[in-house]
Design a protein around this ligand. Sequence first.
Ligand code: HDE
Length: 722
Amino acid sequence: MPQPKRNPASQPKTGSAAEKQKQLQAFTIESGTSLTTNQGLQVPDNHNSLKAGVRGPTLLEDFILREKITHFDHERIPERAVHARGSAAHGYFKLYKPLEQYTRAGFLQNPEVETPVFVRFSTVAGSAGSADTVRDVRGFAVKFYTDEGNYDLVGNNIPVFFIQDAIKFPDLVHALKPEPHHGMPQAASAHDTFWDFVSLMPESTHMLMWAMSDRAIPRSYRMMEGFGVHTFRLINARGDAHFVKFHWKPKLGVHSLAWDEAQKIAGKDADFHRRDLWEAIDSGNFPEWELGVQVIAEGKEDKLGFDILDPTKLIPESVVPVQLIGKMVLNRNPDSFFAETEQVAFHPGHLVPGIDFSNDPLLQGRLFSYTDTQISRLGGANFHELPINKAVCPMHNFQRDGMHRQSVNKGRVAYEPNTLGNGTEFRVDGGSQGFQSHPEVLESPTIRRRSPSFDDHFSHATLFWNSQSPTEKDHIVAAFRFELSKVEVPDIRQRMVDNLAHVDAKLAARVAAPLGIQAPDAKAAAGRLGFRDYKIAQTVEEDAALSMARPAPDIKTRKVAILVADGVDLFTFKRIQQDLLDAGAVCKVIAPQLGTVNTSSGKQLAVDHTFANMPSVMFDAVLLPGGVNSASALAQLGDAVHFVLEAYKHCKTVCALNEGVQLLSTLGFALESQGNQVMEPTAGVLMADARKAAEGQISQALMAAMARHRHWDRVNVDAVPA
Ligand code: HDE
């Protein structure tokens, strides 16, 4: 059997795959090196252009100036048509146990192997410079650099999609993007064209429920689930196929921001998620996810009661449990945002042997789109040669030339079969090696129609709604109201609430109430109830996994603001601060000015931020230490009072010690005689007399409250003027 000959230039270097991936990228300028032009010519002066006299005009012959400016003029490449705004990191994937029963994919066989990954998170609608915390779906794209080639799992943080067929994608995106006549709004779905389109496309209703839920305003990329969305196939060495859905489960739990908070962060720190990811990795708090699969043997998919090829449906975890098969750790920030995060090219068609597609018509369209878009975005067909996109295994074929070709292919032979080069054959043995497409039998007419099994547009939206906690339901209602209130044409608002009447009558009525339109009318809705095979369905009315209402496992990387002024009592909070730090939290001291404050004991306390440069929305919790002068100075300071009120409004943990309680007086709380107890007068507001209560007890209460993430059931939040 002729073996494929390997191109020596693409032989793997020694060391782990992660090292190989890194080697592909290293390029640093040594200190003391002279500046040169791109041709290697030493530059004599990088501050002055060539002129006819020191006050004369600049000369066209200054090729050094021209080269530098020309390069600058062409530094930008087209941003991604969707998912333009993103942040990424390197890491690795490690399997828990061999998956040979289901797949022959090499990276899913050996639990000892660490497969390098590069992961890019993104928003969908906004431009590359738009804010991170807008209401939007998040992209979750993972490139595995395996020994059998790159495998891309290009998913989202929501398990379903707006449309069922790829042919509607340009319409969806045109409706979502800023309106074409005036280019507004940026990175927002709250405008007429989006709601006009989706209200006419009832298949989008399920995804709209997710997009209006808090899933669309995540607290952190590190606290999002990821989903492959489509049904794929796993194929084992015998050729047996199973359908599979992919899931990423974050170790930190799934958590969101409050909507008001998300909007404020968009202005105060547009890079909030990018910074969060960068800082976590930089400080050694490597984010982790577990990879999960829902596996269904071919032939068993009919039992689901919906079409497994329909990307607007999900398989409830209570029907097919998610098996956790491995762990992904992100442990290295990119060296160059442009070279890596911007130039990485994902594609759902980058597969490895043992993983294959299904006939999901949305997925099928994606298989064309991604290569096509890279050609215009990355300037030609050779984008696979960019270091971030390069496979770490040997790569050889007879494709040649094209824009920006990097490899220097030797010899006269660029075709196969040949006798003039390195052999006649590059075929693999008997058809069993290499990538084998699943031999699905297809016998059907060519037809431009949708399967009737895709017609049920509402039952999964109802399943999602039923699975939400009361707070989550309130937030969904509020989000629909907000978005539809920004829609100027009443008929569009009406059509949307009419559609929602198919999901849940109460939901529709609640959304409609403040919108100045008629009550919802399901009969007038754009959608019809459609096909659902109730006879065979393993239907569930609710599924716990669809709710986010679960506490965080710990408080690692949670951010605590400690508000101080001159006279702060160090002793009341130092031990508590240490406990928080020991538990992995991040503590920052906020004061009216930078530098230091004088503590009541005469020591100096270093200040990290001022109220002006670091608002409450950057934190998960607030600690108000004691100290008569500090507390009364802060109580006089509008910014400090606003800080506390806002944290309260966003349902964050607020812990006040001794006189620190003064800062809560606007909210009606006072330090009463609680003795040695830690009081919790409303969810997540803790008050303690640190002279009597044990500090360890206060720390425990504070950390337990923080681990609940947010206290959504807190009273009187709407009445707080912040
Ligand atoms: Fe994408 N999508 N998409 N998409 N998508 C792109 O490819 C497209 C869809 C997703 O961080 C583009 O390189 C079509 C579903 C992510 O670089 C483009 C259809 C899901 C990313 C494209 C879909 C996704 C993209 C733009 C419907 C979740 C960012 C730039 C048929 C499973 C990847 C690019 C990154 C990016 C096309 C639908 C996820 C234009 C035609 C469903 C995470 O090719």
